[in-house]
Write a protein that binds this ligand. Structure first.
Ligand SMILES: N[C@H](CCC[C@H](N)C(=O)O)C(=O)O
Length: 274
Protein backbone atom coordinates (compact mmCIF):
# COMPACT_ATOMS: atom_id res chain seq x y z
CA UNK A 1 0.00 0.00 0.00
CA UNK A 2 1.55 3.36 -1.08
CA UNK A 3 1.08 6.19 1.40
CA UNK A 4 1.50 9.81 0.18
CA UNK A 5 3.38 12.26 2.41
CA UNK A 6 4.50 15.89 2.39
CA UNK A 7 7.96 16.78 3.64
CA UNK A 8 7.82 20.16 5.42
CA UNK A 9 9.74 22.26 7.89
CA UNK A 10 9.48 25.29 10.10
CA UNK A 11 12.87 27.06 10.14
CA UNK A 12 14.60 23.73 9.56
CA UNK A 13 12.65 21.76 12.20
CA UNK A 14 11.46 19.12 9.77
CA UNK A 15 8.41 16.93 9.46
CA UNK A 16 6.90 14.10 7.49
CA UNK A 17 3.21 15.02 7.22
CA UNK A 18 0.54 12.38 6.57
CA UNK A 19 -3.01 13.49 5.80
CA UNK A 20 -5.64 10.95 6.89
CA UNK A 21 -8.67 13.21 6.41
CA UNK A 22 -9.62 12.02 2.91
CA UNK A 23 -8.22 8.49 3.10
CA UNK A 24 -7.98 6.62 6.40
CA UNK A 25 -4.47 5.30 7.08
CA UNK A 26 -3.53 2.06 8.82
CA UNK A 27 -3.05 2.64 12.56
CA UNK A 28 0.25 4.38 13.39
CA UNK A 29 2.17 3.59 16.55
CA UNK A 30 5.48 4.79 18.02
CA UNK A 31 7.55 2.10 16.36
CA UNK A 32 6.23 2.96 12.89
CA UNK A 33 6.69 6.69 13.59
CA UNK A 34 10.29 6.16 14.72
CA UNK A 35 11.02 4.01 11.64
CA UNK A 36 9.68 6.71 9.30
CA UNK A 37 11.61 9.42 11.19
CA UNK A 38 14.92 7.53 11.01
CA UNK A 39 17.33 9.56 8.86
CA UNK A 40 19.29 6.49 7.71
CA UNK A 41 16.69 3.79 7.10
CA UNK A 42 13.49 5.86 6.89
CA UNK A 43 12.35 9.11 5.27
CA UNK A 44 13.91 11.18 8.09
CA UNK A 45 12.41 13.98 10.23
CA UNK A 46 12.38 15.50 13.70
CA UNK A 47 8.66 14.79 14.06
CA UNK A 48 6.02 12.76 12.22
CA UNK A 49 2.77 14.76 11.89
CA UNK A 50 -0.57 13.03 11.29
CA UNK A 51 -3.62 15.06 10.22
CA UNK A 52 -6.92 13.39 11.10
CA UNK A 53 -10.61 14.38 11.15
CA UNK A 54 -11.77 16.03 14.38
CA UNK A 55 -15.16 16.13 16.07
CA UNK A 56 -14.59 19.55 17.63
CA UNK A 57 -12.11 21.42 15.41
CA UNK A 58 -11.36 21.78 11.72
CA UNK A 59 -8.82 18.97 12.05
CA UNK A 60 -6.77 16.97 14.57
CA UNK A 61 -2.97 17.11 14.55
CA UNK A 62 -1.09 14.19 16.12
CA UNK A 63 2.65 14.58 16.69
CA UNK A 64 5.24 11.83 17.12
CA UNK A 65 8.81 12.75 18.09
CA UNK A 66 11.82 11.25 16.32
CA UNK A 67 12.00 8.62 19.08
CA UNK A 68 8.39 7.58 18.40
CA UNK A 69 6.86 9.22 21.50
CA UNK A 70 3.48 10.86 20.87
CA UNK A 71 3.39 14.38 22.29
CA UNK A 72 0.95 17.18 23.00
CA UNK A 73 2.16 20.12 20.93
CA UNK A 74 4.50 21.26 18.17
CA UNK A 75 4.54 24.92 17.25
CA UNK A 76 6.49 24.59 14.00
CA UNK A 77 4.23 21.74 12.89
CA UNK A 78 1.16 23.88 13.61
CA UNK A 79 2.47 26.47 11.13
CA UNK A 80 3.29 23.70 8.62
CA UNK A 81 -0.25 22.29 8.84
CA UNK A 82 -1.64 25.81 8.60
CA UNK A 83 0.30 26.35 5.36
CA UNK A 84 -0.59 22.92 3.94
CA UNK A 85 -4.32 23.13 4.62
CA UNK A 86 -4.73 26.91 4.22
CA UNK A 87 -7.14 29.46 5.60
CA UNK A 88 -8.09 30.01 9.24
CA UNK A 89 -7.99 26.70 11.09
CA UNK A 90 -8.84 25.36 14.49
CA UNK A 91 -6.50 22.46 15.28
CA UNK A 92 -7.21 19.87 17.97
CA UNK A 93 -4.08 18.54 19.70
CA UNK A 94 -3.43 16.53 22.84
CA UNK A 95 -2.31 19.81 24.41
CA UNK A 96 -5.54 21.67 23.59
CA UNK A 97 -7.11 23.44 20.62
CA UNK A 98 -4.97 26.02 18.80
CA UNK A 99 -5.73 28.29 15.86
CA UNK A 100 -3.67 28.95 12.73
CA UNK A 101 -4.16 31.67 10.12
CA UNK A 102 -2.19 33.15 7.21
CA UNK A 103 -0.02 36.16 8.09
CA UNK A 104 2.27 38.50 6.16
CA UNK A 105 5.21 36.75 7.88
CA UNK A 106 3.94 33.26 7.03
CA UNK A 107 1.53 31.63 9.49
CA UNK A 108 0.32 32.99 12.86
CA UNK A 109 -0.72 30.48 15.52
CA UNK A 110 -2.71 31.22 18.68
CA UNK A 111 -1.02 28.73 21.01
CA UNK A 112 -3.40 29.30 23.93
CA UNK A 113 -2.60 30.10 27.56
CA UNK A 114 0.68 29.07 29.19
CA UNK A 115 0.52 27.13 32.45
CA UNK A 116 2.95 27.58 35.33
CA UNK A 117 1.78 25.41 38.22
CA UNK A 118 4.37 22.76 39.15
CA UNK A 119 1.84 19.93 38.57
CA UNK A 120 0.84 21.38 35.16
CA UNK A 121 4.42 21.27 33.82
CA UNK A 122 4.54 18.55 35.32
CA UNK A 123 7.28 18.38 37.96
CA UNK A 124 7.81 15.54 40.44
CA UNK A 125 7.02 17.75 43.48
CA UNK A 126 5.91 21.26 44.39
CA UNK A 127 8.39 24.11 43.78
CA UNK A 128 8.61 27.65 42.42
CA UNK A 129 8.46 27.32 38.61
CA UNK A 130 9.64 30.92 38.08
CA UNK A 131 13.08 29.80 39.26
CA UNK A 132 13.33 26.11 40.02
CA UNK A 133 15.86 25.53 42.85
CA UNK A 134 17.83 23.01 40.80
CA UNK A 135 20.89 22.96 38.54
CA UNK A 136 22.95 20.78 36.18
CA UNK A 137 26.63 21.74 35.70
CA UNK A 138 26.68 25.32 34.38
CA UNK A 139 22.86 25.55 34.01
CA UNK A 140 20.71 26.44 37.02
CA UNK A 141 17.43 27.94 38.24
CA UNK A 142 15.35 27.35 35.10
CA UNK A 143 11.86 28.69 34.51
CA UNK A 144 9.34 25.90 33.88
CA UNK A 145 6.41 26.51 31.53
CA UNK A 146 3.82 24.28 29.86
CA UNK A 147 2.62 25.56 26.47
CA UNK A 148 0.82 22.32 25.64
CA UNK A 149 4.12 20.49 26.19
CA UNK A 150 6.69 20.83 28.98
CA UNK A 151 9.70 23.20 28.81
CA UNK A 152 12.54 24.24 31.09
CA UNK A 153 14.27 27.50 30.16
CA UNK A 154 17.77 28.46 31.32
CA UNK A 155 18.91 32.06 30.82
CA UNK A 156 22.69 32.42 30.28
CA UNK A 157 25.15 35.23 29.51
CA UNK A 158 26.78 33.40 26.59
CA UNK A 159 24.74 30.79 24.69
CA UNK A 160 27.73 29.64 22.63
CA UNK A 161 29.51 28.52 25.81
CA UNK A 162 26.84 25.91 26.66
CA UNK A 163 27.51 22.30 25.51
CA UNK A 164 23.78 21.67 24.97
CA UNK A 165 24.41 18.43 23.04
CA UNK A 166 25.98 16.94 26.17
CA UNK A 167 23.91 18.51 28.94
CA UNK A 168 20.52 18.42 27.16
CA UNK A 169 19.88 14.66 27.29
CA UNK A 170 20.79 14.53 30.99
CA UNK A 171 18.22 17.20 31.87
CA UNK A 172 15.62 15.80 29.45
CA UNK A 173 15.49 12.50 31.33
CA UNK A 174 15.92 13.79 34.91
CA UNK A 175 13.27 12.23 37.20
CA UNK A 176 12.25 15.71 38.39
CA UNK A 177 10.43 15.82 35.02
CA UNK A 178 8.07 12.79 35.12
CA UNK A 179 7.09 13.26 31.44
CA UNK A 180 10.54 14.42 30.31
CA UNK A 181 11.28 18.01 29.33
CA UNK A 182 12.31 20.17 26.38
CA UNK A 183 15.53 21.97 27.34
CA UNK A 184 15.84 25.61 26.24
CA UNK A 185 18.99 27.71 26.68
CA UNK A 186 18.43 31.41 25.99
CA UNK A 187 20.45 34.62 25.89
CA UNK A 188 18.61 37.92 26.29
CA UNK A 189 19.81 40.34 23.61
CA UNK A 190 17.46 43.26 24.36
CA UNK A 191 13.93 44.03 25.62
CA UNK A 192 12.57 42.59 22.35
CA UNK A 193 15.14 40.02 21.23
CA UNK A 194 16.21 36.60 22.53
CA UNK A 195 18.69 34.09 21.12
CA UNK A 196 17.66 30.46 21.72
CA UNK A 197 18.89 26.90 21.25
CA UNK A 198 16.79 23.87 22.12
CA UNK A 199 17.45 20.25 23.02
CA UNK A 200 14.03 18.77 22.26
CA UNK A 201 12.48 15.94 24.24
CA UNK A 202 12.44 12.92 21.95
CA UNK A 203 14.30 14.63 19.10
CA UNK A 204 17.54 16.19 20.41
CA UNK A 205 19.09 19.35 18.99
CA UNK A 206 16.79 20.86 16.37
CA UNK A 207 17.23 23.92 14.16
CA UNK A 208 14.12 25.47 15.65
CA UNK A 209 11.42 24.73 18.24
CA UNK A 210 8.17 26.70 18.11
CA UNK A 211 6.91 25.74 21.55
CA UNK A 212 10.45 26.34 22.84
CA UNK A 213 10.31 29.89 21.47
CA UNK A 214 6.87 30.42 23.04
CA UNK A 215 7.88 29.07 26.45
CA UNK A 216 11.19 30.96 26.46
CA UNK A 217 9.48 34.25 25.58
CA UNK A 218 6.84 33.76 28.28
CA UNK A 219 9.47 32.68 30.81
CA UNK A 220 11.50 35.82 30.10
CA UNK A 221 8.35 37.97 30.39
CA UNK A 222 7.54 36.33 33.74
CA UNK A 223 10.97 37.43 34.97
CA UNK A 224 10.56 40.96 33.55
CA UNK A 225 13.52 40.46 31.18
CA UNK A 226 11.67 41.39 27.96
CA UNK A 227 8.52 43.17 26.77
CA UNK A 228 5.30 41.35 25.77
CA UNK A 229 6.38 40.93 22.13
CA UNK A 230 9.80 39.56 21.24
CA UNK A 231 11.76 38.14 18.30
CA UNK A 232 13.27 34.77 19.15
CA UNK A 233 16.30 33.90 16.99
CA UNK A 234 16.95 30.17 16.58
CA UNK A 235 19.65 28.47 14.46
CA UNK A 236 17.08 28.06 11.66
CA UNK A 237 15.67 31.59 11.81
CA UNK A 238 13.38 33.96 13.69
CA UNK A 239 9.93 33.63 15.28
CA UNK A 240 7.89 36.51 16.73
CA UNK A 241 6.15 35.69 20.00
CA UNK A 242 3.54 37.87 21.70
CA UNK A 243 1.76 37.16 24.97
CA UNK A 244 -1.29 39.35 25.44
CA UNK A 245 -2.39 40.59 28.83
CA UNK A 246 -4.94 38.80 30.99
CA UNK A 247 -8.45 40.20 30.68
CA UNK A 248 -11.36 39.81 33.16
CA UNK A 249 -12.71 37.11 30.80
CA UNK A 250 -9.58 35.06 30.15
CA UNK A 251 -5.85 34.68 30.77
CA UNK A 252 -3.39 36.04 28.22
CA UNK A 253 -2.81 33.90 25.12
CA UNK A 254 0.42 33.35 23.19
CA UNK A 255 0.69 34.15 19.47
CA UNK A 256 3.61 32.72 17.47
CA UNK A 257 4.28 33.99 13.94
CA UNK A 258 6.78 32.74 11.40
CA UNK A 259 7.39 30.88 8.14
CA UNK A 260 6.56 27.34 7.11
CA UNK A 261 7.89 25.49 4.06
CA UNK A 262 6.80 22.64 1.83
CA UNK A 263 10.00 20.89 0.75
CA UNK A 264 8.61 18.09 -1.46
CA UNK A 265 5.91 15.44 -1.75
CA UNK A 266 6.40 11.70 -2.07
CA UNK A 267 5.02 8.31 -1.11
CA UNK A 268 6.29 5.26 0.72
CA UNK A 269 5.40 1.59 0.89
CA UNK A 270 3.51 1.03 4.14
CA UNK A 271 4.64 -2.60 4.19
CA UNK A 272 8.24 -1.48 4.53
CA UNK A 273 7.48 0.12 7.90
CA UNK A 274 4.65 -1.80 9.51
N1 LIG B 1 9.92 17.79 21.21
C1 LIG B 1 8.62 18.37 21.59
C2 LIG B 1 7.62 18.23 20.42
C3 LIG B 1 8.03 19.06 19.20
C4 LIG B 1 8.12 20.52 19.54
C5 LIG B 1 8.86 21.39 18.54
N2 LIG B 1 9.36 20.74 17.35
C6 LIG B 1 8.06 22.63 18.22
O1 LIG B 1 8.17 23.19 17.11
O2 LIG B 1 7.31 23.09 19.13
C7 LIG B 1 8.08 17.63 22.82
O3 LIG B 1 8.47 16.49 23.03
O4 LIG B 1 7.26 18.22 23.53
Amino acid sequence: MRIPFTKMHGLGNDFVVLDARAQALPPINGDIAAALADRHTGIGCDQLVLIEPSGNADLKMRIFNHDGGEVEACGNAARAVGLLVGGELTIETLGGTIMARPDAAGIAVDMGEPRFDWDAIPLAYAMDTRAMPVGWDMLESPVAVNVGNPHAIFFVEDLSAVPLGQIGPVIEKDPIFPQGINVNVAQILSRDAIRLRVWERGAGLTRACGTGACSTAVGAMRRGLVDRKVTVSLPGGDLVIAWDEDTPERKGRITMTGPATIAYTGSFDWGAYA
